[in-house]
Design a protein around this ligand. Structure first.
Ligand code: FES
Length: 175
């Protein structure tokens, strides 16, 4: 069994990567029974804590586990769940699969880019939305499909986009 190293690894402290979060991640790793076979679990935890997995966090995990950085990079890039870029509070995924494309998803995503002022894989200035184009999500009968987090919007029309976006903005105001 490989016991986690109880040593403190110097964490790179950046404006958006606060030391307390590195401390929390380090505490989690130190409390594991073993780090053997725990890389994915640790990366999940790291993503929960930081919201994403930039290079500095990947290197921190690699140093803590005493494994090559390339091993961590390999796992992060293999699983689409992991992201190396910050995400907005809500992820808008526009399906660009064939059924959705022929029903106008290209226009939907262009309108969303205009309305949000961002390109794909970017985050809005208020941090509320990330926009992504994705492949078929298996709801072709509802094409064109937009997903926001886990909620599926089917047969989406350009005219409906403002209402959809505003429903998320309104929730922010109410919270
Ligand atoms: S092509 Fe869009 S859900 Fe299948």
């Amino acid at each position: 069994m490989t016991k986690p190293q109880a040593i403190s690894v110097t964490a790179p402290v950046k404006e958006n990567l606060p030391k307390e979060k590195f401390d929390e991640l380090e505490g989690f790793i130190n409390n594991l029974e073993t780090t053997k076979g725990s890389l994915i679990e640790i990366l999940h935890k790291a993503q929960n804590i930081f919201g994403y997995l930039p290079r500095d966090i990947q290197l921190f995990v690699a140093r803590k586990l005493g494994i090559p950085g390339a091993e961590v990079f390999g796992v992060v890039s293999f699983y689409s769940y992991f992201t190396t870029k910050p995400r907005g509070k809500h992820t808008i995924s526009v399906c660009m699969g064939t059924a959705c494309f022929v029903r106008g998803s290209d226009k939907i995503i262009e309108r969303l880019k205009e309305k949000l002022g961002i390109e794909s894989n970017e985050i809005t200035e208020d941090g509320l939305f990330t926009l992504k184009d994705v492949r078929c999500i298996g709801a072709c009968g509802l094409a064109p499909v937009v997903m926001i987090d886990d909620k599926v919007y089917g047969r989406v029309k350009e005219e409906e986009l403002d209402d959809i976006l505003n429903s998320y903005r309104d929730r922010e105001v109410q919270q």
